[in-house]
Design a protein around this ligand. Structure first.
Ligand code: FPP
Length: 259
């Protein structure tokens, strides 16, 4: 992740006061990118790492505080074993290779998802990367691994049910205690603001079980660019598009104007 680089002109077109705090990306299109080159799918994943680097760099420069990447979904476990193993190896390799530079550049690594299901070498490497970068504050890079929005909501509901089942919470207090905020604290993303912007590459227009609760009011941005081709300027283009939107949160345009 080269830190000293020339400034992209699109960066200067961004309004620094309206940069989203949190951008979440569904990195899609690796397989198609590889197929276009008559190469195995894993070739696309490997080339996707450069797009991860570019996105981290762009978020740092634009002063986005949280970047969450959908790196492996709950459903991705259904892929051929060879591809799953290759993705896990790529994760371990990338963490080993990039963590020192992420540390130097103020990036904190975090993870969301059912990490218990990941191979132990992945868990160890993630733990180490999180430990090393824990004190960084510029950008939190969260990897969604073995993650799905439904899994997240379900694990939060289970955690709450366990609390309630201990008897510590009388039934007539449940409505008062289980607010949206309290439920949000039980989600794997607690401490991370909801993403204002959700980006998906490769021309697919789906949420695919990503951040279902957290993305309730996210602006959605779709690009035809396949993930391995995604670069800094693509991220800035998404941010510019975001800045052109009016976010009403259920209110009218007139109400927003007077605010
Ligand atoms: C989706 O493309 C991509 C994935 C399931 C994996 C994304 C992983 C990386 C970019 C590897 C590096 C990640 C980190 C965090 C080091 P697809 O395979 O569904 O593509 P397709 O829709 O064209 O088949």
């Amino acid at each position: 992740m080269p830190s000293a680089e020339e400034r992209h002109p699109l960066l200067d077109r961004l309004d620094p006061d309206r940069i989203p705090q949190h951008v979440a990306i569904t990195m899609d299109g690796n397989g198609r990118w590889a197929k276009q080159r008559s190469r195995p799918r894993v070739f696309g994943h490997k080339n996707g790492v450069e797009a991860v680097r570019a996105s981290v760099r762009a978020c740092r420069k634009a002063k986005v505080r949280f970047l969450t990447l959908y790196a492996f979904s709950t459903e991705n476990w259904k892929r051929p074993e060879r591809e799953v193993n290759a993705l896990m190896e790529l994760l371990v390799h990338s963490l080993r290779k990039e963590t020192a530079e992420l540390l130097e550049n103020g990036v904190k690594i975090a993870v969301i998802g059912n990490v218990e299901k990941l191979p132990s070498v992945c868990r160890r490497e993630l733990q180490e990367a999180m430990r090393i970068t824990a004190a960084n504050t510029d950008l939190t890079l969260t990897l969604a691994l073995s993650y799905s929005g439904r899994w997240d909501i379900l694990q939060a509901a289970r955690a709450f049910a366990h609390q309630a089942a201990t008897g510590a919470l009388p039934a007539d207090r449940i409505d008062a205690v289980l607010t949206e905020e309290a439920f949000g604290d039980l989600l794997s993303t607690h401490g991370i603001p909801d993403p204002e912007l959700l980006v998906r590459t490769s021309g697919e227009h789906r949420i695919s079980n990503y951040l279902l609760w957290q993305g309730a009011y996210s602006e959605l941005y779709f690009t035809n660019t396949l993930w391995p081709d995604f670069r800094e300027e693509d991220l800035y283009t998404a941010l510019l598009d975001f800045q052109g939107r009016e976010r009403r949160f259920g209110k009218t345009s007139e109400q927003i104007e007077v605010q």
